[in-house]
Write a protein that binds this ligand. Structure first.
Ligand code: NAP
Length: 521
């Protein structure tokens, strides 16, 4: 597939105005063709203005039209799956087969959201009919539906270059809500981003929608991201990346004359707790499974289990030996970008500086951007005394925390910041301790897993990919799963309306046959 390197602003291909970049193949550390355009504040203004112009017609499009549009995007993504996976592999060093799976997941998400749109439950329709006879004063007719908040700025993630990127879950859920979208593509995979943007734009055209429903920008440094968050026509932001970047954008949005919601997904070490019964029973198997999961996506997954907490006792030796065996043979693999590689190297150095002991290393790095798998160990008291040991190092590194007893395990759990997920490995004999641990984890995580490893994430109605700060900036929402749509919706109440002026979904005869709550029932 031919790549132009242009920005995609509505129906227009916009060439470079603020310089260009080439993609980097991290496996070879070589630049690859072609040149990709950078834009600036002018391009942000064009895309945001178009998104605003498109908003009224798109957010009022019928549920059938919107669902069909999402399915067209899915079909268009399927048509480019092989080219997309091949280009993403070149730009990320991740295996092409894995990226084909990601591409399928991306199109599946659009189809799942099409179904959500058709069923209409996300509108949360509610009707409180008028009660003219009510005493001491009559009640007017009240009807509620949720509407989209307005044009959304989406920052594509680096680590899942398809399913969390230009055509990922944020874009799918925002478009499903009826929001128009301006994506800031991640510079780590510009070619894959262009392929996805073209697939979405083709669907906009085929569906006869306003061109401003979707745009994709690219820029150098922070300028374009800052301009997007500042733009008065942008009404919400999603972001996946570093805590520093996410919080800079979050604070910026709160300083606007009209602050807007920013949904950031930032950092999580996804602690794993092995309770004594499970460790005595199957410590070795848990240690092996933990390291296998930790290494997935070269340790660059938001759900990477990075910290394992185990009580020193029966099974501990087999647990540790299994971790050493699995990690010791792990090949060094390419990290996504030079910046992530540099952060990995300095993150390892910091862990050593704050007292972590290196237990094992995988095979040595062969290429410039390879990350060598590394396992550290500390005891519970050391962990509790040094908060930096609980920080995320993106890449193939894990920390084993050896605690003396169950009280120390609970103290370690209490010391943790907000997480996307936590895991307990347990047997029936561990129920009492699990009951004590559970409320501590509930307060700190968005998802608690028993006897499995949290990655990969399901995209379903009960999915939660969120959690208290710093896992995200707003623990009330999820960025993955069908309820991710709620980030882009707000309620509007229509009071005393004549039937013909009401949104169709709220009319008395229920012409769309949607589920509605009437008088609370
Ligand atoms: P990042 O540096 O935070 O960048 C993410 C996106 O936000 C990029 O498009 C970046 O633009 C933009 N950005 C960052 N800071 C900004 C600012 N102050 N103003 C405007 N735009 C800004 O994340 P990354 O490149 O994906 O990886 C770096 C680190 O993020 C990793 O080492 C890892 O620690 C973390 N990360 C965590 C997760 C997770 O799920 N937990 C996922 C991905 C990354 P530019 O590229 O143009 O600067």
């Amino acid at each position: 597939m031919e790549l132009t390197g242009n920005l995609i602003i509505g129906a227009s291909d916009v060439p470079a105005r603020r310089g260009t970049m080439k993609a980097l193949n991290p496996a070879s550390n070589q630049l690859i063709e072609p040149d990709f355009a950078f834009g600036g504040a002018l391009e942000v203004d064009k895309a945001a203005t178009l998104a605003d112009e498109a908003f009224d017609s798109y957010s009022h499009s019928s549920l059938a039209v919107r669902a069909a549009f999402l399915e067209r995007i899915a079909d268009n993504l399927d048509q480019v799956r092989e080219d997309l996976a091949a280009r993403a592999a070149l730009e990320t060093g991740l295996p092409e087969a894995q990226l084909q799976g990601e591409a399928s997941r991306a199109s599946t998400q659009f189809r799942q959201f099409a179904d959500v749109v058709r069923k209409g439950r996300f509108l949360q329709l509610s009707i409180d009919p008028a009660q003219p006879e009510r005493q001491p004063r009559p009640r007017m007719d009240h009807r509620l539906q949720k509407i989209a908040t307005g044009p959304v700025a989406i920052f594509g993630a680096s680590n899942f270059p398809i399913s969390y990127s230009v055509a990922g879950g944020d874009t799918a859920s925002a478009l499903a809500a009826g929001a128009t979208v301006v994506v800031k593509a991640h510079n780590a995979h510009p070619g894959a981003s262009e392929i996805m943007a073209r697939a979405v734009r083709k669907a906009v055209r085929e569906s006869g929608l306003h061109e401003g429903v979707f745009s994709m920008l690219r820029g150098s440094g922070n300028t374009i991201g800052e301009a997007l968050v500042d733009h008065p026509l942008i009404k919400a932001v999603t972001f996946t990346g570093s805590e520093a970047g996410g919080m800079a954008l979050y604070r910026r949005a709160q300083q606007r004359p009209d602050p807007i919601p920013v949904f950031t997904e930032m950092t999580s070490v996804n602690p794993t707790f092995i309770l004594p019964g499970a460790m005595a029973e199957r410590g070795g198997a848990i240690g092996d499974g933990f390291i296998e999961r930790m290494l997935a996506n070269v340790g660059q997954a938001c759900l990477k289990p990075a910290i394992l907490i185990a009580i020193d006792g029966a099974g501990f030796t087999s647990l540790r030996q299994a971790m050493l065996d699995r990690l010791g043979t792990a090949p060094a693999r390419t990290l996504l970008t030079p910046a992530i590689h540099a952060a990995y190297v300095s993150g390892l150095a910091e862990l050593i500086a704050v007292g972590a002991q290196r237990l094992a290393e995988g095979t040595a790095a062969k290429a410039d951007l390879d990350g060598r798998a590394t396992l550290f160990e500390v005891d519970g008291q050391e962990f509790l005394a040094e908060p930096r040991l609980a920080g995320e190092v993106f890449g193939p590194v894990a920390l084993l925390v050896k605690v003396g007893d169950s009280d120390e395990m609970l103290a370690v759990a209490r010391s943790l910041r907000g997480q996307l997920s936590a895991t307990m490995h347990l047997e029936d004999s561990d129920t009492m301790l699990a009951r004590r641990l559970l409320p501590i984890l509930e307060r700190r995580t968005g998802r608690i897993v028993v006897n499995a490893f949290a990655h990969p994430q399901e995209v379903s109605f009960a999915s939660v990919h969120g959690g208290p700060f710093p896992a995200t900036s707003d623990s009330r929402f999820t960025s993955v799963g069908m309820t991710a749509i709620e980030r882009f919706l707000r309620p509007v109440c229509y009071q005393g309306f004549p039937d013909e002026l009401l949104p169709e979904a709220l009319r008395e005869a229920n012409p769309l046959h949607l589920p509605r709550i009437v008088d609370g029932q």
